[in-house]
Design a protein. Structure first.
Length: 122
């Protein structure tokens, strides 16, 4: 059921009437930015904790990522494959993939922790 402002009555009860759509948009963008920032910090914490626990796991993960880079670059033409692979090694793509995996794991941990406290929409 909608009220005069075009919002549903349940939303009108939760949000103050003076809050505009632009304010809600900015709040949503800020929340997403905070979530992504927390995931990045969480990834660094996970990597440091893993490094302190057993550094050889990080080396094995980076080697597996390097194998993934080699498999993908092998699909390129012969001349390009070696050039792209050396450029990716120079820029540390295997370590960057490790950070990306850490961010994904941190997001999964945060979402899994927050899931039981989620408010369900009606």
């Amino acid at each position: 059921m909608r009220d005069g402002s075009g919002r549903s009555q349940s939303a009108a009860r939760i949000v103050h009437p003076g809050v505009t759509g632009a304010t809600m948009l900015m709040a949503g963008l800020a929340a997403r930015g905070l979530f992504k920032g927390a995931a990045l910090v969480g990834a660094f914490v996970l990597i440091v904790a893993l490094w302190l626990w057993d550094a050889s796991l990080l080396t094995r993960a980076a080697d597996a990522n390097l194998g993934l880079v080699k498999a993908v670059t092998s699909l390129l033409p012969w001349d390009w494959a070696s050039k792209v692979e050396s450029a990716l090694r120079m820029f540390g793509a295997d370590r960057a993939l490790l950070l990306t995996e850490g961010v994904a794991l941190a997001k999964l941990i945060m979402l899994g922790t927050a899931y039981p406290f989620r408010r369900w929409r009606q």
